[in-house]
Design a protein around this ligand. Structure first.
Ligand SMILES: NC(=O)c1ccc[n+]([C@@H]2O[C@H](COP(=O)([O-])OP(=O)(O)OC[C@H]3O[C@@H](n4cnc5c(N)ncnc54)[C@H](O)[C@@H]3O)[C@@H](O)[C@H]2O)c1
Length: 344
């Protein structure tokens, strides 16, 4: 992700990348080539004590993040960061008041909020085209990272990726979660569910269902995914689908139908960095997700996972499936290169 931020910042004219700090020498070599004007370091200390900087970006995995965020705020810097702000809820909760009382802007990449298609859909809803919003349905099912392939501090799929959809439903609803039921299934002999569906309602009465699964057709000859968002109102419907390349939006409003297909935009780091730069210029949040948004999404995702686990979800398949899948995925990687979408 750090490489992605460097590329996004250098591609525009809003950012000057002064330092890149990276523990891995191979990645440092990449950084030196990608950003020849930046100082490339292995130790963050010189960065955190350079008063000439405005912003520090923190794109390590989440267990290191609280220490780095505290150090950046103590140095007087604004912060742009990946989720989660910490590896567990207690650490996130302890950090939140320090962030909120710092007087600095801290933007967390909950990437759906930077997506042109969700912004377009929400404008349509806000204009009254679907009447009163009643139902939000979100699904992300894909052959995602396998057990052991993700970064352990980020947690199981529903915490690592599902939290993005927990945040998305809350953003559409414009309200806080009030109750939910969750069902999971464990596949391939794993203790941790690789699929979870939750449904429930928000305080304002809007109801939701969210399905997130990384166990979707791993050994199918043809790769397939199923990713959609639907918002059903009292009068109309908003429907979005994507395949990580293109997004198809269909907006069925009382005044007419809008159909549009445009590129997905991958992680939208260019949009996120631009929103943050403009927010810094204007001294107010122009649309980035905050540490509080990330905390709530992480907290609710954990509650959903715990609720599903409390019901002793069924276990289907065994570890021989995993062995076969890993061999198949390594073969596909050897054909297609290492990059694959990990969220979205
Ligand atoms: N929004 C998304 O779609 C999305 C996708 C992938 C990852 N993420 C998040 O981004 C974060 C990073 O994920 P990643 O896949 O890039 O991880 P990664 O392990 O590939 O990269 C983390 C980097 O941090 C470096 N590092 C660790 N400790 C360091 C230190 N003390 N000083 C300097 N560098 C240090 C490591 O060498 C590594 O290169 C995670 O929190 C993950 O949840 C978000």
């Amino acid at each position: 992700m750090g490489m992605g931020y460097v590329e996004a910042m250098l591609a525009g004219d809003r950012w000057e990348v002064a330092y890149i700090c990276e523990a891995d020498p191979v990645r440092r070599a990449w950084a030196a080539q990608a950003a020849p004007r930046a100082a490339v370091l292995s130790d963050a200390q010189p960065v955190l004590s350079d008063a000439a900087l405005d912003v520090v970006g923190i794109f390590t995995v989440s267990d290191l993040r609280p220490t780095l965020i505290r150090a950046a705020l103590a140095g007087g810097f604004h912060v742009i960061t990946e989720k989660h702000t910490a590896a567990d809820l207690a650490a996130e909760q302890a950090l939140l008041p320090q962030i909120e009382s710092s007087g600095k802007m801290v933007a967390v990449n909950l990437f759906n909020r930077n997506a042109w298609y969700h912004r377009r859909a929400m404008e349509f809803i806000a204009s009254g085209q679907i009447g009163r919003l009643a139902i939000i349905r979100i699904c992300q099912m894909m052959p995602g990272p396998m057990p052991g392939e993700g970064q352990s501090p980020e947690g199981p799929p529903f915490l690592d990726a599902g939290l993005h959809y927990v945040d998305l439903a809350r953003w559409y609803a414009g309200s806080e979660y009030s109750r939910c039921h969750a069902q999971a299934v464990r596949t391939w002999g794993e203790q941790t569910p690789w699929w979870l569906a939750a449904h429930g309602q928000f305080a304002n009465g809007v109801v939701f269902d969210i399905t997130q699964g990384y166990n979707y057709g791993q050994l199918a000859r043809e790769k397939t995914i199923n990713c959609y968002t639907e918002a059903v109102g009292t009068q109309g419907v908003v429907r979005l689908r994507h395949d990580f390349n293109q997004v198809h939006i269909e907006l069925f409003g009382v005044g007419g139908t809008v159909r549009q297909t445009n590129p997905h935009g991958d992680k939208k780091l260019d949009v996120f960095c631009d929103i943050f730069a403009r927010s810094l210029d204007e001294g107010k949040n122009l649309g980035f997700a905050t540490a509080n948004d990330a905390f709530i999404a992480g907290q609710i995702a954990r509650q959903m996972l715990e609720a599903a686990m409390a019901d002793d979800p069924p276990s289907i398949g065994d570890s021989r499936d995993i062995e076969e899948i890993i061999v198949h995925r390594n073969y596909l990687r050897s054909l297609a290169g290492p990059q694959e979408p990990s969220g979205g």
